[in-house]
Design a protein around this ligand. Structure first.
Ligand SMILES: Nc1ncnc2c1ncn2[C@@H]1O[C@H](COP(=O)(O)OP(=O)(O)OP(=O)(O)O)[C@@H](O)[C@H]1O
Ligand SMILES: [Mg+2]
Length: 371
């Protein structure tokens, strides 16, 4: 095992992380999900060494790192709003981490900066003052600064949530590519289930300071360990988007990406939110209707996609559809599945009533307070 956490307990007074056990193999991608306040960030910050555990062990590559200083753990961390050094330009920010490595010559360091900047597509802004960067450019710079030192493990705490969805998708494909090329191990916290479908090998579900389940994506979603996990993962379709109210027809538009806008009837949830606020949208899989034909209806969302996966679970079929890079998961009985003649790679329409598109204010999301 590459990262191994054994019986980790952290006591922060009012909040405790309790008996966390998890392991990740080299090159694996673990995504942690869970309601707000469940301890995901505290766990990441304990792994990197900002919090001291009360008991338990953290092993990286077989070596116990509990007593190693954070800067010597070879772990990179990327936050939602990464703080870049404002008095340095993009190039200087990226090279910063390398300067501590005495073995590299100036020229080698320069080559490394250019290589990572090229991968992250920021090679044209290396001389820019970081205060002039867009959100996406700053996040790419922060990623470059973390990745240039080729850390053994990269921790990411909601790295994409401040970004628009097309930038998120771009970064997802970049991270996938880097992960493959460098065999980097990732531990990534998110509220957006699309990240799970796109990136994760494994998924862990946290609540109240405990890790309720960890396993392959398939296992956690098809065999939830308890009611809480079942409830939490049962939603399956969780996306981030930006709202735009439409007062005329009492609907709210949520922009998921450049080509997908969902209409929702959750007007009340949005009453205190301004247009273009980031929210989470949830759709239960049983509320997705499949059709081979398009329909016209203003209270319904009709999206054309391609079937990318079909799973069987007794009499119920799970259908995964890619709509312009966004993955939707729905359910069908076997007989409907057959009469619709659903096949992988075939185009299909998915229809979702606006009543079934639920909006959650991003920062009070996932307060599923069932135990
Ligand atoms: N330094 C600290 N001292 C005491 N309590 C803390 C400290 N840091 C965090 N907490 C508490 O620990 C709990 C877990 O916080 P954490 O930030 O890990 O949640 P999270 O799962 O990352 O939530 P979110 O999804 O909202 O980011 C919260 O109740 C928080 O208030
Ligand atoms: Mg957090």
């Amino acid at each position: 095992m590459f990262l191994e956490i054994k019986d980790l307990c952290v006591d922060l007074g009012q909040f405790k992380l309790e008996n966390i056990n998890l392991s990740i193999e080299k090159g694996e991608y673990l995504i942690l999900i869970g309601p707000t306040g469940s301890g995901k960030s505290v766990l990441l910050e304990t792994i990197i060494g900002f919090y001291k555990e009360n008991s338990g062990e953290i092993l990286l590559n077989g070596e116990k790192i509990n007593n190693i200083l954070p800067e010597n753990r070879h772990i990179g961390i990327v936050y939602q709003d990464h703080v870049l050094f404002p008095n340095m330009n993009v190039y200087e920010n990226i090279i910063y981490g390398l300067k501590r490595n005495k073995e590299l010559s100036e020229q080698e360091m320069d080559e490394k900066v250019k290589e990572i900047a090229k991968i992250l597509e920021i090679d044209h802004i290396l001389t820019r003052d970081v205060t002039t960067l867009s959100g996406g450019e700053s996040q790419r710079t922060a990623l470059a600064r973390s990745l240039i030192v080729e850390p053994d493990l990269v921790l990411m705490d909601e790295p994409f949530s401040a970004l628009d969805v097309s930038t998120q998708n771009k970064l997802i494909s970049i991270i996938k590519k880097i992960g493959k090329e460098k065999n980097t191990t990732f531990l990534h916290v998110t509220h957006n289930f699309n990240d799970i479908w796109n990136l994760a090998d494994k998924v862990g579900v946290m609540k109240n300071g405990s890790l309720h389940q960890i396993g392959s994506v398939f296992n956690v979603f098809s065999k939830p360990a308890n009611d809480f996990v079942a409830d939490f993962v049962g939603i399956q379709n969780v996306f981030e988007g930006k709202i735009k109210k439409n007062n005329q027809n009492h609907l709210v538009n949520v922009n998921i990406n450049d080509n997908i806008t969902l209409v929702s009837s959750d007007v009340e949830v949005c009453s205190h939110l301004e247009d273009y606020t980031n929210v989470l949208v949830t759709i239960r899989p049983e509320n997705i209707i499949f059709s081979n034909e398009s329909m016209n209806s203003s209270a319904k969302n009709i999206l054309k996609g391609t079937v990318i996966d079909v799973t069987y679970s007794g009499p119920i079929m799970g259908i995964t559809v890619d709509v312009d890079g966004i993955v939707f998961k729905g359910l069908l009985t076997r007989s409907s599945f057959q009469s619709l003649d659903i096949q992988v790679d075939k185009d299909i329409y998915i229809i979702i009533k606006s009543l079934n598109v639920h909006i959650m204010d991003r920062y009070s999301s996932f307060k599923l307070e069932k135990s």
